[in-house]
Design a protein around this ligand. Sequence first.
Ligand SMILES: Nc1ncnc2c1ncn2[C@@H]1O[C@H](COP(=O)(O)OP(=O)(O)OP(=O)(O)O)[C@@H](O)[C@H]1O
Length: 335
Amino acid sequence: MAPDTTHHRRTGLHRRNAPWGASPAVYTRALAKSYRGVPAVAGIDLSVEAGELFAFVGPNGAGKSTTLAMLCTLLRPTAGQARVAGIDVLADPMEVRRRIGLVLQESACDGDLTVAEHLRFHAGLHGMGRHETRRRMTEALDLLGLYDERDTRARALSGGGRRRLSIARGLLTSPQVLFLDEPTRGLDPAARAQVWEHLLQLRRHRAVTMFLTTHYLEEADHCDHVGIIDGGRLLAHDTPAALRAVLGTDRVHLRTADDRTAAMLLAQRMGVSATRGPDGLHLRLPDAAAAIPRLCAELRVPVLSVEVRRPGMDEVFLYYTGRRRMGHTMGGSPA
Ligand SMILES: Nc1ncnc2c1ncn2[C@@H]1O[C@H](COP(=O)(O)OP(=O)(O)OP(=O)(O)O)[C@@H](O)[C@H]1O
């Protein structure tokens, strides 16, 4: 169901462009954290532009939460530098806190309070006046699809609803950077899709940088950039498309009425070599979806079925983290 945008139009508060200039929303150099000499984060250089939706993905124990905690000033780095919304986390942690929102996995929601009471309480903690509280609450409720549930007690919300309430709370102070630690963890697919619908809506309508961690690799596909972390090191940082391109081509499985002739025509007319198997032809193409119409036209034998498989984010992830485990250095082509 498409989220209701009535209130967005009414409040007219939403802008896409970041208001604080061109400096990155998150910037780190050699950022590191060790526990008793054991590195949890081993020197990360990262830059996330203002207004981006950035996903940090990595296996358990990779260093995602530790990095996030350092950026949010909850943990003091052992070494290196980090600036958030232009402010150094070590030099002025209080100012960083004023500029960020934080949505933790286990956000405490007082079940007896209604959604609106919950947000009003938090606005009070931040010293917001009545008028400003009302304005920001309406905006946050609206953006997270909770406006119609404003009088529902938190305990009566679904798991996804409670997660959206946590995000609304994180947004209440109009942060420049919103950090979200696994915002969809433990939600069923429908609730996850709903949370994502609202996160993407936020990206469209608000000048907020979102920095999130996730275990669900397909979610990284929604993001502008993805960082893959493992063993406390950043193994890759790029757009989902660029990360996928490292794995090369799409795989195509073709069944025709005459595979032998089809394979010959593919080689002659398109310069594509196909492998013949008992189940049909297998070939690789750089952009299969775009090439299929021409391929069907050139073949001149009846095409019975075409199946295209793009490399998924899970393959990208396994490629990078698997290489690290096998002791490879970065930069080569996939096998
Ligand atoms: N307080 C601590 N004391 C000692 N070691 C810690 C502490 N917190 C984290 N670590 C270690 O630091 C490493 C990174 O942990 P971190 O929680 O950042 O990983 P993560 O990627 O967020 O993992 P997960 O996906 O499981 O939440 C792990 O090896 C973890 O055991």
